[in-house]
Structures are given as C-alpha cells and as structure tokens.
Design a protein around this ligand. Structure first.
Ligand code: HEC
Ligand code: HEC
Length: 471
C-alpha cells in the first residue's frame, strides 16, 4: 500500500515539474461529485424512437467471431490475464491516495471477491435478453475496451445513437456517460443491462433470475457482499471490477518520469502545442489531479451541429421530460432517439447545455477510434482538422473553440503526442491503429478546411453576405 502512495506522490511531483519545464498551464480543478442521485423510478413509458442512423456499424479493427463482432469471451479473459495483474490494496500507482479515497464509495470498498464477481458479470452474455451481449461485447479488450463502431450494436442487432467510450480509466471521471447522466459507476452498470437496445433484459427481476440459474454466482455474491444476490450488488461488483481498469502507464508517463527517450521529438512538440497554441489543455488538462485529461465539464464543441435543428429538438425533449424524467427514460432518450444530440441538455434542461458533451479522456485515445459521442470522426488527424477549423458553427458553441491556424506539421505533432498516451500494454495495438489511421488520413481528410483554420473566411461574414457557410 505504501508503495502506491510513494509512486503517486512521485508521479505528481514529476508531472508538475515537467509541466513547469514545458511552460504548461497548471490545472488543479478536481471536480468530484456530480449531480445528486436521482430517485429510483419505475420503467419509462414508451418514448419516441427516431429512425436510427449509424455512422458505421462494422468495427474498424479488432474483435473476433463472437456475436456482434466481439472477441469471444474466453479469449478476452485470457487477454485480460496478460495485462492486469492482481491489484495490491490501496491506491493504484499514478493515483493520489486522497483522490482514491473519494472515488471508492464507502459501501463498496475494494476486495478480491468483489472484483472477481464483477469480472465474471462484465464478460457474461447471459445477462442479456438473447444471450449474445455482455458488457465486454461493446467494451471489448481487443478493441481498446470499446467496440470500434460508429455507434453501438446491442441485442437484436439494434444500433444505438452513441459511440461506446472506453471503460479503461472510466472510474476517474466524476460522472458517467457522455452526458454525465449518472454520478457513479455503480449506478451506471445496471442501466445497459435493462436498456432495450443494449442488453435488453426486461427488468431487474429477469436479470436476477438469469443469475440464479448459475449456482456459482450465489457463492460469489455471498463471498463478495455477505448476502444473497441483489441487482444493486450486480452494479457494485461490476463497478469494483472497473476500478481495476487502470491504464496510466503510457510512454508519455515514462517521459515525465525521466526517460527522455520514451517519446519522440514530434510527441514532445505535440505536448507543448497541446497546452499552448492548440488549446487542448483548456478542457483536457493533464495533471496529477486530472490524470485522464478531462475537466469533467460539458462543452458544445460543434461535432454534429451541421445537421441538427437544436431548437426543435430541445422543444421535443422538454415535452418528453415533462412526462417522465426518470433515470431510465433519460437513458432511452440518449441511446434510442434523435434527442441524443442535445447531450447534457437532456439531463439539466439548461439551454447553455444544448449539444454539450463531457470532455472525453485523452488516455489511450490511439486505440479507441472512431471518435466523439456519435463516432462521426474517423481518425485523430480528422479530430485535429475539426478543432483546427474551429468546430462546427452553432449558437451553442463553447467559447473555447475557435480556429487554431495549426500547420500540417503541427497537426502531425499533436497526433504523435496523442498516440503517446496509450498504455504500454497496448503498444502493438496502438502501432497498428496508428498505421491504419495514418494510411486513411493520406487519402481522406473530410474535415480539413485551411481557409477556416487560418481565418481567411469567417462564417458570420459568409452568412451576412447570404452565402452558404463553407463548413
Ligand atoms: C450495446 C453496447 C454496450 C453494452 C452492451 C454496454 N455498453 Fe457501456 N456504453 C455503451 C455506449 C454507447 C456508451 C455511451 C452512452 C452514453 O454516454 O450515452 C457506454 C458508456 C459506458 C460507460 C461510461 C464511460 C464514460 O466515459 O462516461 C461505462 C462505465 C460503461 N459503458 C460500462 C458498461 C458496463 C459495465 C456494461 C455492462 C453492464 C456496459 N457498459 C454495456 C455501449 C455499451
Ligand atoms: C472547449 C473544450 C475542448 C477543447 C478546447 C478541446 N476539446 Fe477535445 N473534447 C471536448 C469534448 C466536450 C469532447 C467530447 C465531444 C463529443 O463527444 O461530441 C472532446 C473529445 C475529444 C476527443 C475524442 C475522444 C473520443 O474518445 O471520442 C479527442 C481525441 C479530443 N477531444 C482531443 C482534443 C485535442 C487534441 C484538442 C486540441 C486541439 C481538444 N480536444 C480541444 C472538449 C474540448
């Protein structure tokens, strides 16, 4: 335990020193504890389901022959054993012990029995209506704990509205889901199981009945929580397991720890740009109190603004939420309807949150394509093109998004830095993804707009002149 403490302390000091040496702005914002938990509510009434539009339903790489293109679960277990060793008690290396104390809930302290149970549940497709979908179907270890699809495919091959973020390091967010609609991993974990288009179980009773069919589970719940299985403990055990998904050992960390050759010159230049000219660090702070590079806040960065009538959607959302604003309803609106694009607004009903999503983590981002809440951006070069042109103009665009005038070389440098954020245990996958994306980007740069990036055209001028906007 003391080892983890020393490691974390040392890493904090190094991170601070490196940040100072490179002139990075230091951020210490530690936003813990999001919205208070919502009261439990009954199942939502039917909601308006819009036509489902997916950007890509075939995984871009990885996966295997299990249903929905996942790596078969026994192979995922084997792969998992290779990358995760038993976790010593106390805060994992790289995480401040004080912070660790805050993020592990008092009623769900970590222990081996809980982690083992959570692991079994996470990879168990029997928790789905048709036995084809586990958490690990969409959070597949061979695909960076995502499904590498535009938007996810669940039971009955239903395609949802959102891209699956990675579960690597997700325990470090102060809220869960891309719109932060739940506060904890415990709450999060039960929702996909009963969401009609994810794992599709009709209700918690059906889940518990499936679990009761396997006597091994009764023993494991007893060992983990000292009682018979409950739906709440399903969520707790999965959350405990997810708190072992610590992937904070990237070449970049080794560079900060003093191994100057761990990342190349391009990545070093990229780190400076990330905190400076490219302005990424204003939302994706990398610091000891923000090790995954998210400010845990919500911003409209103009991803899907091109094809959205935000005002019309907001009106519809208020109508739907006026009837029922339970946790389950919000989950369904987000995953099954075109109100999904409203992002945080569906949770807060605050106009300033229209089209706003949680700042993603930038850890391991090299192996989690495609990007953004709708999976609409294919490569990290395209991500850079998006930011470089100042996002997609819309009335709710965050003030921090504006044209960056980055040169092609500078874009390459930031991309190099981003690929240096993948944990060394996934180095091969990272290299393969880098090469795949690089190749794609040489033939296809759909979001590149140099005139906008260099402010040679201004969107509002085009509008005033009655011309079509160019983005
Ligand atoms: C059908 C695919 C699918 C399945 C199955 C699935 N997820 Fe997800 N997961 C998603 C998508 C899509 C999102 C983003 C949804 C959103 O933000 O609205 C998500 C979000 C998450 C997040 C939030 C991460 C973050 O960065 O905020 C966690 C944690 C998570 N899932 C864990 C789980 C667990 C645990 C299970 C099993 C009980 C599970 N998922 C099952 C697709 C899936
Ligand atoms: C104003 C805040 C803000 C700034 C500045 C910003 N980002 Fe983001 N970033 C976000 C938000 C919010 C998301 C999630 C948006 C979504 O899902 O639609 C995001 C998503 C991403 C993603 C996608 C991650 C994934 O897994 O899908 C990457 C990569 C990324 N940002 C990198 C960068 C880089 C590089 C820069 C600098 C050029 C930058 N960001 C600047 C807020 C910001």
């Amino acid at each position: 335990m003391s080892k983890g403490r020393v490691g974390a302390g040392r890493r904090r000091a190094r991170l601070l020193m490196a940040a100072l040496a490179l002139g990075a702005p230091l951020a210490h914002s530690l936003v813990v504890g999001a919205a208070p938990p919502r009261p439990e509510a009954e199942r939502p009434a039917a909601t308006t389901t819009a036509p489902i539009s997916a950007h890509a339903s075939k995984p871009v790489s990885g996966g295997g022959e299990a249903p929905h293109g996942a790596l078969p679960m026994h192979k995922q277990h084997a792969a998992f054993d290779k990358v995760i060793k038993a976790m010593p008690p106390g805060a994992p290396a790289g995480i401040d012990p004080a912070f660790w104390k805050v993020i592990v809930p008092a009623d769900n302290a970590m222990n081996d029995a809980r982690v083992a149970l959570g692991r079994r549940l996470f990879f168990d497709a029997r928790l789905s209506r048709d036995g084809t979908v586990a958490c690990a179907t969409c959070h597949d270890i061979s695909r960076g704990f995502t499904d590498r699809r535009g938007t996810s495919e669940g039971v009955g091959d239903r395609i949802g509205q959102r891209n699956a973020p990675t579960t690597m390091n997700a325990f470090l967010f102060s809220s869960q889901f891309l719109d932060g609609r739940v506060a904890t991993l415990e709450e999060q974990a039960t929702l996909p199981i009963i969401n009609p288009i994810e794992m599709g179980m009709p209700d918690d009773k059906a889940v518990m009945a499936a679990i009761a069919k396997d006597p091994e589970y009764a023993k494991m719940f007893q060992a983990a929580y000292g009682r018979a299985p409950t739906f709440g403990d399903v969520g707790r055990a999965i959350a405990a397991f997810e708190r072992t998904l610590v992937f904070l050992d990237a070449p970049f960390d080794r560079f900060l720890a003093g191994d100057l050759g761990a990342i190349d010159d391009d990545a070093k230049a990229g780190w400076i740009l990330f905190n400076g000219k490219a302005r990424c660090g204003s939302c994706h702070q990398m610091s000891s109190s923000s090790p995954i590079g998210s400010d845990n806040r919500f911003h409209n960065i103009g991803v899907s603004a091109r094809h959205q009538d935000f005002e019309g959607l907001a009106k519809k959302a208020l109508e739907a939420l006026g009837k029922d604003a339970s946790k389950e309803t919000i989950d369904r609106l987000a995953l099954e309807t075109n109100l999904s694009e409203l992002g945080r607004f569906v949770v807060t009903r605050n106009r300033a949150d229209i089209g706003a999503f949680k700042s993603s983590q930038v850890r391991n981002v090299g192996i989690t394509a495609p990007y953004m809440h709708d999976g609409s951006i294919a490569t990290l070069w395209d991500v850079m093109d998006h930011y470089n042109k100042g996002g997609e103009a819309n009335p709710f665009l965050d003030g921090g998004i504006e044209p960056l005038a980055l040169t092609e070389k500078e874009i390459d440098q930031v991309v190099s830095f981003l690929f240096a954020l993948t944990d060394v245990r996934f180095a091969d996958d990272n290299k393969a993804e880098h090469d795949r994306q690089k190749k794609l980007s040489t033939t296809r740069r759909p979001l590149r707009d140099e005139a906008a990036a260099n402010r040679k055209v201004l969107q509002f001028e085009l509008r005033a002149a009655g011309q079509k906007e160019q983005r």
